[in-house]
Design a protein around this ligand. Structure first.
Ligand SMILES: Cc1cc2nc3c(=O)[nH]c(=O)nc-3n(C[C@H](O)[C@H](O)[C@H](O)COP(=O)(O)O)c2cc1C
Length: 342
C-alpha cells in the first residue's frame, strides 16, 4: 500500500483527490458517497451572494404578499421564516458534522462587506477551510483589469486577516498575466490557489432563436492550462497549488502532480462516471506509483516543473506556445507526419 498523503492549504489529506464545488457537493448523502469512494476532501457548493440577494428579494415579495393576506402569518409560516444565508449555514454545519474528511466551504460575494461578513459566518460553522471563488465575467466597459485585480487582492488580503482558518482562491484562467496575479495573492498570504474554475457560457438555439441553458462540463484534456501554470508556479510561491478543470482520471492527476500541484479537484468526471471514478483515480495513482517505484507523492511532485527543469537546462517547455515548439521540433513532428503519408 502506497503513501498517497499530501498537504493542501495546511490541511493533511489522505490522497490528492478533492470533490470540487457543484450541485454534487451540497447534499450530505452524496458527500458521504464521495467520501466512501475515496475523496480526501470536499468543497461544499458555493454560497453566491447574488443568490442570497435574489432569495431575499423573493422572500421580501413573499412577505409582502403574506402581509397583505394576514399580518401575523409571516411569523407562523415555516418556509419563509428563514433567510437564505442561515439556511446555507445550517446545511454546511450539518454536512461538516456528518463527514470525516476535511470540508472546505466556498464563497462568492459581490460587495466587500459581504465577503467579510459571510466569510466570518462560514468560519463559525467549523469548516476546515474556505475557498474564495473569484468569479467575475466582464459586464462593464468602464472597469480596467488593474482595478479588478486590485479589488480582488485587497479583498483577499482583508479576508485572510480576519479569518483563522486556511483561505484558498479559485481562479479564472483569463487573467492577462496569471503569474503576476498569483504572486500578489501569495504575498497576501493565501494558503492555496485552485487552477482553474470554468464558467457557464451562454449559448443559442438557432431554431427557437432563444438562449439555452446548459451545464458547463469540461472535456478530457482541459487540464492543460492548469498544468502549464502549476508548472510555472511550483517552487516560486508558498501557497499550495490545486489542479482543476478537466481532471478525468489518474493519468491527468499524475501529470498535474508532476508539474507541481499538491492535489486536484474534480467535478465533471464525477458527473459523467459517478463517484466510482474517484475510487478508480485512487487505484490508478497507487498502481502508477508502484510501477514507478515511488513511495510518496513528494518523491515526484514538481519533478517536471519549470524551476526543476531549469536546473537541468531544459528551459523552454513551459514558455513556448505550442506552434513555436512545433516549428522548433519540426524534424521529429513533421517527419512523423511524412511517415503517415502527409
Ligand atoms: C453543474 C456544475 C455546478 C458547479 N457549481 C459550482 C459552484 O457552486 N462553485 C464553484 O466554485 N464551482 C462550481 N462549478 C465549477 C466546478 O467546481 C469546477 O471548477 C469546474 O467544473 C471545472 O472542474 P471539472 O473539469 O472537474 O468539472 C460547477 C460546475 C458544474 C459542472
Amino acid at each position: 500500500m502506497k503513501n498517497l498523503e499530501t498537504s493542501y492549504m495546511g490541511i493533511s489529506l489522505k490522497n490528492p483527490i478533492i470533490l470540487g464545488a457543484s450541485e454534487l457537493s451540497s447534499e450530505v448523502e452524496s458527500l458521504k458517497k464521495a467520501e466512501q469512494a475515496g475523496a480526501a476532501a470536499i468543497v461544499y457548493k458555493t454560497l453566491f451572494e447574488e443568490q442570497i440577494q435574489l432569495e431575499d428579494l423573493q422572500f421580501d415579495e413573499l412577505k409582502e404578499e403574506y402581509n397583505d393576506i394576514h399580518a401575523e402569518m409571516t411569523s407562523l409560516h415555516p418556509d419563509i421564516d428563514r433567510s437564505e444565508i442561515e439556511y446555507y449555514l445550517v446545511k454546511i454545519r450539518n454536512a461538516k458534522e456528518n463527514l470525516s474528511v476535511p470540508m472546505i466551504a466556498s464563497l462568492n460575494a459581490v460587495n466587500d462587506s459581504s465577503w467579510f461578513r459571510y466569510a466570518r459566518l462560514i468560519e463559525e460553522t467549523g469548516v476546515d477551510g474556505i475557498e474564495l471563488n473569484l468569479y467575475q465575467t466582464p459586464t462593464r466597459f468602464d472597469l480596467d483589469a488593474a482595478e479588478i485585480e486590485k479589488r480582488q487582492i485587497d479583498m483577499v488580503t482583508e479576508v485572510k486577516k480576519q479569518l483563522s482558518i486556511p483561505v484558498s482562491v479559485k481562479l479564472s484562467a483569463d487573467y492577462t498575466n496569471i503569474l503576476h496575479f498569483a504572486k500578489r495573492l501569495d504575498e497576501a498570504g493565501v494558503d492555496a490557489m485552485v487552477l482553474f474554475n470554468s464558467f457557464f457560457q451562454p449559448d443559442i438555439n438557432i431554431e427557437k432563436e432563444t438562449h439555452k441553458r446548459a451545464f458547463n462540463f469540461s472535456k478530457k484534456g482541459d487540464y492543460k492550462k492548469s498544468l502549464r501554470i502549476a508548472g510555472m508556479l511550483y517552487g516560486r510561491v508558498n501557497a499550495s497549488i490545486c489542479g482543476s478543470r478537466g481532471v478525468f482520471d489518474s493519468e491527468d492527476m499524475i501529470k498535474l502532480i508532476l508539474s507541481g500541484a499538491t492535489c486536484i479537484q474534480t467535478v465533471s468526471a464525477v458527473y459523467k462516471n459517478g463517484v466510482k471514478q474517484i475510487t478508480e483515480m485512487v487505484r490508478g495513482l497507487e498502481e502508477w506509483m508502484e510501477r514507478k517505484g515511488y513511495d510518496s507523492i513528494e518523491q515526484f511532485r514538481g519533478k517536471l516543473s519549470d524551476s526543476v527543469l531549469n536546473k537541468n537546462d531544459n528551459l523552454l517547455v513551459y514558455k513556448r506556445a505550442q506552434y513555436v515548439d512545433l516549428l522548433l521540433h519540426s524534424d521529429t513532428i513533421f517527419g512523423n507526419m511524412q511517415h503517415r503519408g502527409f
